[in-house]
Design a binder for this molecule. Structure first.
Ligand code: SF4
Length: 282
């Protein structure tokens, strides 16, 4: 398979130079590297700039309601555990409307990969404050400056015992592709928060701003230490580290359900009479 086998001929509507192109490119490279076929992959897309890529991938795809990527992705994985299931969205949908779902999937260790294009705005609607917007930022929805503190998605996910928690950056595309590859291969819930500068709306946090701050985590980073992972995720005063912060090995949601492990729902027999009885009761 080659990268072009995973894309449709529909032209992306992202702004020229949008860093979401780097996320897409990293995903395509990873699909090829892992030897996946389009029919092996299910992608679930949120509403927003990142989610707008729904039409441009030639895989099983679902473009749902705002913030509801993770329940749909979880359902797809439970129905067919053979699929590689990937949720795509932005910081608004995933950390705002969808945060409860994210925490639930992390706690349950649902075997899906969630990739969040985090540009600290609701960009598709032209720049309202999102859960990751820095305190004090003036936006269309916060003309006097944002009152709330920004949510740190990594430390929140680690606190919820997510199995794989990483931060990537679109200005480091090879590193980002490596993170995506590892996340897909990791058994359990994986979250990659991707620093994704919005080149149209954010004139402060542009590529030169990130270039001065982004550093890679050391190769010997102690990925199993929850406490230091949270501390490092929140340590953003001088630099912004990227890489895998935290790994936790534990059974996946499917493995906790004996009737699902190695026997996805689509491979189980369907008893119409049993269903009729349940519906009658209902
Ligand atoms: Fe990309 Fe920002 Fe344009 Fe959305 S508004 S497509 S995030 S550059």
């Amino acid at each position: 398979m080659k990268e072009s086998d995973f894309i449709t001929n529909i032209k992306p509507t992202w702004c020229v130079g949008c860093s979401n192109f780097a996320v897409r490119s990293a995903l395509l490279k990873t699909f090829v590297k892992l030897g996946l076929k389009p029919q092996d992959i299910a992608m679930v897309f949120d509403i927003g700039c990142a989610g707008n890529s729904a039409n441009w991938y030639k895989v099983y795809a679902f473009h749902g309601l705002h913030g509801r990527v993770i329940p749909v992705a979880s359902g797809a994985k439970l129905a067919n555990g053979d699929l590689t299931v990937i949720g795509i969205g932005g910081d608004g949908g995933m950390y705002g409307e969808g945060i409860g779902h994210l925490l639930q999937a992390a706690r349950g260790n649902m075997d899906i990969t969630v990739i969040v294009s985090n540009n600290q705005f609701y960009s598709l609607t032209t720049g309202q404050a999102s859960p990751t917007t820095p305190k004090g930022t003036k936006t269309k929805s916060t003309p006097e400056g944002l009152i709330e503190m920004p949510l740190n998605p990594l430390s929140v996910a680690i606190a919820a015992d997510a199995s794989f928690v990483a931060r990537g950056y679109t200005g480091e595309p090879v590193h980002l592709a490596e993170l995506i590859e590892k996340a897909i291969q990791y058994k359990g819930f994986s979250l990659i928060d991707v620093l994704q500068p919005c080149v149209t709306l954010d004139k402060i946090h542009d590529y030169s701003w990130f270039k001065e701050r982004v550093i890679k985590l050391d190769n010997n980073w102690p990925v199993k230490d929850k406490k230091v992972a949270i501390e490092k995720a929140e340590d953003l005063d001088k630099n912004i580290p990227i890489g895998i912060f935290y790994l936790k090995e534990r059974p996946t949601y499917q493995e906790e359900l004996p009737f699902l492990d190695n026997r996805p729902l689509i491979k189980q027999s369907f008893n119409k009479n049993k269903l009729k009885a349940i519906l009658k009761d209902f």
